[in-house]
Design a protein around this ligand. Sequence first.
Ligand code: MG
Length: 262
Amino acid sequence: MKNFAKIAAALLAGAVALSAMADRPLVVAHRGYWDAPGASQNSLRSLVKADSVGAYASEFDVWRSTDGVLFVNHDMKFKGVTVCEASSTVAGSVVLDNGESMPTLEQLLRQAQQLPGLRLVFELKEHPDKDAEALAVEEGVRMIEEMGLAGRTDYITFSKEALIGFARVAPEGSLVQYLGGDLTPAQVKAVGGNAIDYSIGTLRRRPEWISQARELGMKVNVWTVDRPEDMQWCIDMGVDYITTNQPVVLRRLMEEAEKTGK
Ligand code: MG
């Protein structure tokens, strides 16, 4: 009986520790973990590095070339090439700082298939050509599904049109998150979004949006949180995800908090 009580106490302590862990925000590497040897933003290597440092998810940015190939890159214009106004031949010939070619979405997803523990956060960039953007929503979600990644991909965008598009076509269980910061959680939900992904500056000004989102059953993601005091603020506010260029620093900060019971 004494042993039983001991085991029960140990199990309870474990459960409490686990639930404390479960309350911590999950770490999203912004444009992959690019601040690592041999990596650069939105490269295949940055995806591998995000996985290797234990990030929950890795975020990447998507553009559509004029001939309908989806590419992964942050800037609309990069190394003299405007990705959404270039052919796939031209976009694919751009070399990243780490020596890789600018990856297509397909190449990035093939890499992701080798990293089964990593979730993906697919940002569709706001395209000047709204018809191309609408096609990119459909084509992106279809490719994610065909490559068997639908169960571990979420979608984010600044584009209100793409937000509505993703809400319509993203599979059940995906988060569809709005980045703009100019809509209340209720307004995002009204057009089909189920999460806000707002800047740290926006949420520090409008912290009530975090509780409003929660009351509406929505998730809260925050970008781009690199300063330890902002990381701590997000943890204290109980957000669900923190998107950061510094996933290692954030993980360390949360591990320290676990140890000290804060
Ligand atoms: Mg992005």
